[in-house]
Design a protein around this ligand. Structure first.
Ligand code: 5GP
Ligand code: ZN
Length: 128
């Protein structure tokens, strides 16, 4: 979809800190993170919500979700993390392109600044 920000990110037309990509999905850092490593996992193709994404593609996104969460867990060592997925404006969905949030949680919240943001992206991209 032409006007969709996440479609533009998926096509590389808008920059983002991409931490995972494969033929069906991408994952990138949220630009207004709730915590260090807050990441969004999306299908490359545009679907609005859980209601219209085909089940097979949903399974691909969930597979990426697990991989990215495992990598976040390994690299950033949070004390836990939340998976969140909003459907509809009333439920808090602001971008109408299906996505999962991975929100790492830390006992001692490390504050995030622009410099940390780039370091985090680097950490999550250089898988070991
Ligand atoms: P929602 O509220 O729809 O579940 O989540 C949308 C998320 O997308 C928000 O957390 C918001 O910060 C993030 N977001 C919105 N625009 C951009 C953008 O241009 N780039 C990135 N990386 N994240 C965005
Ligand atoms: Zn889209």
């Amino acid at each position: 979809m032409k006007t969709c920000i996440f479609c533009q990110i998926a096509k590389g037309k808008i920059p983002a800190q991409i931490v995972h990509r494969d033929d069906k999905t991408i994952a990138f850092l949220d630009s207004q993170p709730k915590s260090a490593g807050h990441t969004l996992v999306i299908p490359r193709e545009h679907f609005t919500s859980l209601l219209d994404i085909p089940a097979g593609l949903l399974a691909d996104v969930v597979q990426s979700l697990q991989k990215v969460a495992q990598n976040i867990n390994k690299q950033l060592k949070p004390d836990g993390f939340n998976i969140c997925q909003n459907n509809g404006a009333f439920a808090g969905q602001t971008i109408n392109h299906f996505h999962f949030h991975i929100i790492p949680r830390y006992q001692n919240h490390p504050p995030i600044n622009k410099k940390d943001f780039l370091v985090l992206a680097k950490k999550l991209t250089n898988k070991k």
